[in-house]
Design a protein around this ligand. Structure first.
Ligand code: PEP
Ligand code: MN
Length: 332
């Protein structure tokens, strides 16, 4: 249950009420928000005469539910936004990982030429094998910060674990929680307390309910600047890396109040399928796309097979424009 209490009671009083019913208490400008788990169906008597409003739920998808907040939250990304009136489709692009100054400069130059505002590049890579490149770490973050200054791009980069969460929060404009880290409560809390927009990627073995519960973890820290990312789930199919769950995206759009972006790169796993998938995603009227692109994909130190080269990226991007327009979206 979510309960709104008026601001004319003190914070201490609201907190006391919350503790009395085993609820979390968030302070918002207009009211206090108390959140219990969803098994509470009756407004507790101790609170009934104070409560401004209350909502009952069937699951612990509460703060992220449209049953609570009917409109999609507007997530501010520098001078633009996604969600809100739902007109914008944000392009987030760049290499899987930052590997060198030369590589990231080439990536930034291409993004600038294409008019793209958000550079993605990992510095702490969650790898399947311990014997492969794990990222440049803080040196990578510093280079990304230099690129932000030089090219005026925003930086989206991921937290792999709690050892560097504070560093990522310090440097990133958008904090990414990766698929393998979706359940890491330390990271969800760090993201929730970061005060920055968060891309929460769906674990590839996770249900939609588990994804939205993780979004509620972030939001229950007071941060509703959360962007959900569908990046492919594991199915019985092995010819493609994962299976992009477009049905799941339709479900999220219907039931969840957070913007939804898609990552066809990690879903497909091979460059040849990415442009078709990006067009299919765009036709769904989504809030953003995350695409991996590398100046020389064959030399990439992670996710080489799925990264578009710059020419492929430019062709793919140009082909999205008429589709976005047809579904009433603006590419930003
Ligand atoms: C990535 O974005 O490079 C990444 C590691 O993605 P995911 O967490 O979806 O595997
Ligand atoms: Mn990758």
């Amino acid at each position: 249950m979510i309960i709104h209490l008026p601001k004319n009671i003190s914070h201490a009083y609201a907190q006391e009420f919350a503790e009395g019913i085993g609820a979390l208490c968030l302070e918002q400008p207009e009211y206090f928000v108390l959140i219990t788990n969803h098994t509470v169906k009756q407004l507790p008597e101790s609170i009934a005469s104070f409560a401004l409003n209350h909502w009952v739920f069937n699951s612990d998808m509460q703060l992220s539910s449209r049953a609570y907040h009917a409109d999609t939250y507007r997530v501010e990304v520098a001078d633009t936004y996604i969600g809100g009136d739902q007109k914008n489709q944000l392009m987030i692009a760049g290499p899987c990982a930052i590997e060198s100054r030369e590589q990231i400069e080439q990536s930034c130059q291409m993004l600038k030429e294409q008019g793209i505002r958000v550079l993605r590049a990992g510095c702490y890579k969650p790898r399947t094998s311990p014997y492969t490149f794990r990222g440049l770490g803080e040196d990578g973050l510093k280079l990304l910060a230099e690129m932000r200054e030089k090219y005026g791009l925003l930086i989206a980069t991921e937290m792999r674990d709690a050892t560097h969460a504070d560093k990522v929060v310090e440097y990133a404009d958008i904090v990414q929680v990766g698929a393998k880290a979706m359940y890491d409560h330390g990271l969800l809390t760090a993201a929730g307390q970061s005060g920055k927009p968060v891309i929460l990627k769906r674990g590839f073995g996770s249900t939609l309910q588990e994804l939205v519960n993780c979004a509620d973890f972030i939001m229950s820290c007071g941060n509703n600047q959360v962007i959900l990312c569908e990046r492919g789930i594991r199915s019985f199919e092995t010819n493609t890396r994962f299976t992009l769950d477009l049905c799941g995206v339709a479900w999220l759009k219907q039931h969840c109040n957070l913007p939804v972006i898609l990552d066809p790169s990690h879903a497909m796993g091979y460059a040849y399928g990415i442009a078709d998938l990006a067009r299919a995603c765009t036709a769904m009227g989504i809030d953003g796309l995350l695409i991996e692109t590398h100046p020389q994909p064959n030399l990439a130190q992670s996710d080489a097979p799925q990264q578009l080269d710059h020419k492929q990226f430019a062709e793919m991007y140009a082909s999205l424009q008429p589709i976005a327009q047809a579904v009433g979206k603006r590419l930003v």
